[in-house]
Design a protein around this ligand. Structure first.
Ligand SMILES: [Cu+2]
Length: 474
């Protein structure tokens, strides 16, 4: 009270010019209340620092888990950290309300001191077993007004060292590691069937290049001993690669042995409208057991694809897709990109499609195979290689090659005016990217999609992973 009296009795401030007396008294009272408030806050801060010191001491206890929980009281609620693993539990309590409160624990028959507004206290609960404990304020009427809460103490071991998902249930750390290691050492694994095989044309009398494709459902060994029902062209996933030259007359006879109608769309390839392969707009569906023949001239260069358009959400994701290339690979011969000169007479030692899929019966695969059945890329030190990515799946895949930057020189078969280097190339559905790399370091370098659930499960590595094996130059 003396604090309030002091300004008005001992050091009255000089009255302002138009001061009328009572206003001056109110001003002094407000000033005094402000000082009181600041003092109260300082006291609370000192008390909190003291609580923090106590908390640090309790945290140093050896043995089982020790938890210090911050709990806040107000009108009329108990809030804050209200769960902990079994073990030693201390509550650090702050009265953040305007009136007096305390905190009691029903099952333990203990309670804190009563705290004025901004007051603090600690309540050591000792070793608590798993279960539910009722917190409440024991001041008459406060619990009934809402000042209750549940303190949940969990099983001691459920918090250590970390919660793992169901897929790891029952496995020791050693077993989890061993599954991953074993799966990785199984690479490369032999499986039946190989996609992307170059399809040789029959040359007709007028020079037309004629190809025959049969679509049918086949058993496909997507990973070792795992056979799926693939929808395939000529028994392959991906279907056979077709390569023709600019100006070639192309004929493709499709026979449909799948259980539903189909067609072939030439994705990224310029054709007359009636050859675009989009039934029923440009042709009738090719019914089961029927054939249809496509004819067009390969007028423009393309790093394209062919796939079904009708029922694509079944047939394509189950395997009916393949690479279709017109003309030469549009490499940036003689260009310098970020200080690296691409040789003018470059002859890549390796040029292959990498067809990405992620759905249907085929699932997460590179060229129709899931790791460890994916094909490694084998190349000699110093040689250059080319990969054409084709995404026939439902989501984008960031393709990451360890060690060697990839020069992205064509997008959807169209040469880039400004090729660029990247260690990760994101390939969205329908897209193609052509990349060039130089294998200038010996070793086995992992090459994978960087969406990590596309390459690993709890039972090991799988899916969109392969490796580049760089051998020493002889
Ligand atoms: Cu992916």
């Amino acid at each position: 009270m003396s604090v309030i009296d002091q300004p008005s009795t001992q050091t009255p401030p000089p009255p302002p010019a138009n001061d009328d007396g009572p206003r001056g008294l109110i001003g002094s009272l407000l000033f005094a209340l402000g000082v009181l408030g600041i003092l109260a806050i300082m006291l609370a801060l000192i008390a909190l620092a003291f609580v923090a010191l106590i908390r640090d001491d309790s945290g140093g206890d050896a043995g089982g888990s020790a938890s210090a929980l911050d709990v806040s009281l107000s009108e009329f609620a108990i809030e804050g950290e209200l769960s902990a693993p079994a073990g030693d539990v201390t509550l650090n309590i702050v009265n953040a309300g305007a009136i007096e409160h305390n905190l009691a624990v029903r099952e333990l028959d203990v309670q804190s001191n009563n705290m004025q507004s901004r007051g603090v206290d600690t309540l050591a609960l000792g070793e608590l077993e798993a279960g539910s404990y009722e917190l409440y304020c024991s001041i008459s009427g406060h619990a009934e007004s809402g000042m209750t809460a549940e303190l949940v103490i969990g099983e001691a071991d459920s918090f250590e060292p970390a919660e793992l998902g169901d897929e790891h249930a029952g496995l020791s750390a050693e077993e989890m590691d061993q599954l991953m290691v074993d799966s990785m050492l199984a690479f490369p694994a032999e499986t039946e069937g190989l996609g992307n095989q170059l399809l040789e044309p029959e040359i007709l009398a007028d020079g037309t290049k004629r190809f025959e494709l049969t679509a049918e459902v086949i058993p496909w060994e997507v990973s070792p001993d795992e056979f799926v029902e693939a929808w395939a062209y000529n028994g392959q996933v991906p279907g056979p690669q077709i390569r023709v030259d600019i100006g070639d007359k192309v004929e493709v006879e499709l026979t449909n042995l799948t259980p539903m109608g189909t067609d072939i769309h030439w994705h990224g390839v310029h054709t007359p409208n009636d050859q675009d392969g989009v039934s029923p707009y440009t042709q009738d569906p090719v019914a089961t057991g029927e054939t249809f023949t496509y004819n067009f001239v390969a007028e423009d260069p393309a790093i394209g694809m062919y796939h079904a358009h009708l029922h694509s959400q079944t047939s394509v994701i189950n395997g009916m897709f393949a690479a279709f290339q017109i003309g030469d690979n549009p490499l940036p011969y003689g260009q310098t990109v970020a200080g690296v000169e691409i040789p003018a007479d470059l002859e890549p030692a390796f040029e292959e499609p990498m067809v990405l899929n992620d759905a249907g019966t085929i699932g997460l695969t590179l060229n129709g195979k899931s790791f460890p059945a994916t094909e490694p890329i084998v190349i000699d030190e110093g040689e250059w290689g080319v990969i054409h990515y084709y995404n026939e799946g439902l989501t984008a895949h960031p393709m990451h090659l360890h060690q060697f930057p990839q020069l992205v020189y064509a997008k959807d078969g169209i040469p880039l005016d400004s090729p660029y280097w990247a260690d990760t190339v994101n390939v969205a559905p329908g897209e193609r990217y052509s990349v060039l790399f130089q294998a200038d370091a010996v070793g086995t370098w992992v090459y994978h999609c960087h969406i990590l659930t596309h390459v690993e499960r709890a039972d090991g590595m799988f899916g969109m992973v392969t490796a580049m094996v760089v051998n020493p130059k002889e």
